[in-house]
Design a protein around this ligand. Structure first.
Ligand code: GCB
Length: 614
């Protein structure tokens, strides 16, 4: 009996899933470049901690029923007459701003983790009858079920990557109801898992837009320098349909180049072409070329930079020249507002601060940040590390967890594969070594290389102390054999002794690869002063920075560093009253935007490194 019931449920689930997948819902490349219509703005919302609008009283999901009835919120019903019983109303519910997290918009939602339903009404008239229309979400944290005019478009898992659904057949010219059930409950099997050191901001945290495209259109493309060459571009153009023999052209007008290719039966055209003289992209010269991709009447324009990145022995070579990465870690948060960063202005604020430090590089921790960040980094000449949210302890042996991590990695690579600024794909942060974890990370690394062989693979690893010598620190991790750059986090002077310990420590790192320190730091409450021995003072943090940088400079393979972190950030783990009050204080800039003393130590070091590597 039990078996029959389970089989039945599986069947129903398959129906819903295959319905959603019957359209082509692969990611659309370069949404900002396709004149999208924004659905940002005020959305009505209903807080639903018991998921009353999703499950009936027998805990069966309404969206798996033939006739869900009046309880299903996604139907966005109104009473037909005065006898009709409907116990919710989007029309009379308050509004939240989209994009944005819910926690910082309403005090009673600050700590909320659970389900909130969003609804937005809109009209849309296609410019050409035959065209297709997609709805695109920059990111929704963490799980979302999406419905248009009462029909389910699909379910998306993962809080930091984009997704889109074709809505052509469901779209009306007026009165469309787009309903999104967002659930940010942390779960053991999720990526990230239950335990993190950042705020679990919930909501539709990035832009929502409608994208109108021709019936056959350029869904995706990759245009990059061929691995190992600085005078040849290669890549692909993918149509949304499996149409063969379609002529595709890639034009770079400034270089007077046109490359023609033809699609195969899957609608994919692979191309390559020589370039005569090209101005390579670099932090000193963030040159972006206008690139046009055409197929019949459909075309997309993008701005793309070309550069090479590789390692040779212990050097990182950008366009063939050894570089030192003067970096800083960044969370996707606007500290001044105390909420998720989501706009072009937020990205500008964060990257301007990194520039003020004289950075040529940022680590976007601990999950993919918005497309605004990487597009702006491309323009500003800031190299970028992007990271899969495989953080601390996830379920290494759970195939669904691996599939989830793999999908998030796939989507960020898919979205940002044309950005010159992105040089690293990071698989994970501070994960404990075990056979299962090593296998998990190896699979991610193999997958990332398969999707993109032009960038470097890394992960923020850990270090350990020689049991016979407390001043000997060792970096040794089986996954280090699979990365291009050995990156590790270390907190000598904060979690491990006091800053003077830095003066005594000797590092043993037996890898003939570039070594970077992906985190170091300590907390200081901005404006709190004292001597350098007093925890949480700016002086302590300043001293820790000076001694750490001195210590790290002695590592022969040292080629870059991203201290933890640019701005203070919210974390429910940080409960010390009057000092932390829900904030991790390791920023070199405080919650109010004021630079701490450590900021200037770091800047001075970066000024010196810039000269050294000129
Ligand atoms: C780490 C983590 C980072 C934390 C930081 C800290 O190692 O990677 O997410 O916020 O330490 O402040 O303890």
């Amino acid at each position: 009996m039990k078996l029959t019931r389970n089989c039945f449920l599986v069947l129903i689930f398959c129906c819903v899933a295959s319905q959603a997948n019957s359209e082509n819902n692969s990611l659309i490349q370069n949404v900002p470049g396709r004149a999208p219509q924004s659905l940002n703005g005020k959305w009505n919302y209903i807080i639903d901690p018991y998921e009353t609008g999703y499950y009936d009283y027998r805990y069966k999901p309404f969206d798996e029923m033939k006739n869900p009835g009046n309880g299903a919120f996604f139907l966005d019903r109104k009473p037909k007459d005065k006898t009709d019983l409907i116990e919710y109303s989007f029309d009379d519910s308050p509004t939240l701003w989209v994009p944005g997290d819910w926690n910082s918009q309403d005090e009673k939602l600050l700590y909320y983790e659970g389900t909130i339903w969003y609804r937005r009404l809109f009209d849309y008239k296609k410019t050409v009858t035959d065209n297709r229309v997609y709805v695109h979400f920059g990111a929704v944290n963490y799980e979302s079920d999406i419905y248009l005019n009462g029909k389910k478009l699909g379910k998306h898992i993962g809080g930091f990557t984009p997704f889109n659904y074709e809505i052509t057949d469901l779209l009306k010219e007026s009165g469309n109801s787009l309903v999104v059930k967002v659930d940010n409950k942390r779960k053991k099997e999720s990526v990230p898992t239950l335990n993190t050191d950042w705020w679990n901001y919930g909501g539709i945290t990035r832009d929502v837009s409608l994208v109108e495209v021709t019936k056959t259109f350029i869904q995706d493309y990759k245009i990059q320098l061929k691995k190992g060459f600085d005078n040849e571009i290669t890549g692909f153009v993918q149509l949304n349909e499996g149409k063969a023999q379609q002529v595709v052209s890639i034009n770079i007008p400034e270089l007077k180049i046109t490359i023609i290719a033809r699609t195969d039966s899957t609608g994919k055209a692979i191309f390559s072409g020589k370039l005569k003289k090209i101005d390579l992209w670099s932090p000193e010269n963030p040159k972006l070329y206008t690139v046009e991709v055409l197929c019949g009447e459909n075309f997309v324009t993008d701005k793309i930079g070309f550069r090479t990145i590789e390692t040779r022995g212990t050097d990182i070579l950008l366009n063939g020249k050894s570089i030192f990465l003067r970096g800083i870690c960044i969370h996707e948060e606007n500290a001044l507002r105390g909420g998720r960063a989501y706009s072009a202005q937020d990205a500008q604020m964060l990257l301007n601060s990194a520039k003020e430090l004289n950075c040529n590089y940022v680590r976007l921790a601990h999950y993919p940040h918005s497309e605004y960040m990487v597009r702006l980094a491309d323009e500003m000449g800031i190299l970028v590390w992007e990271e899969d949210p495989v953080y601390w302890t996830i379920q290494w042996e759970n195939p669904a967890t691996l599939a989830n991590a793999m999908q998030q990695l796939t989507d960020v690579i898919s979205r940002d594969k044309n950005r010159a600024c992105v040089i690293f794909w990071s698989m994970a942060n501070e994960t404990p070594v075990s056979d299962a974890r090593n296998e998990f990370l190896k699979k991610l690394a193999v997958h990332a290389r398969l999707l993109d062989d032009t960038r470097l693979i890394s992960a923020a690893l850990e270090n350990h102390t020689n049991p016979n010598n407390p001043n000997e620190k060792i970096v040794e991790d089986p996954f280090a054999d699979y990365v291009d750059i050995v990156n590790f986090n270390q907190y000598i002077g904060w979690y491990d002794g006091t800053p003077e310990k830095c003066d005594k420590v000797n590092w043993i790192i037996k890898y003939n690869k570039p070594v970077m320190i992906s985190e170091f730091g300590g907390s200081a409450l901005q404006g709190k002063h004292g001597d350098a021995q007093t925890r949480f003072t700016e002086e302590y943090q300043e001293d820790l920075y000076a001694r750490t940088l001195n210590m790290l400079s002695k590592i022969p393979q040292f080629r870059g560093v991203t201290p933890w972190i640019l701005y203070d950030f919210r974390s429910p783990k940080r409960v010390l009253p009057k000092i932390q009050d829900g904030w991790n204080r390791k920023g070199v800039i405080g919650q109010n935007g004021t630079k701490k003393k450590a900021f200037f130590v770091l800047k001075k070091f970066y000024d010196q490194m810039e000269v050294k590597y000129k």
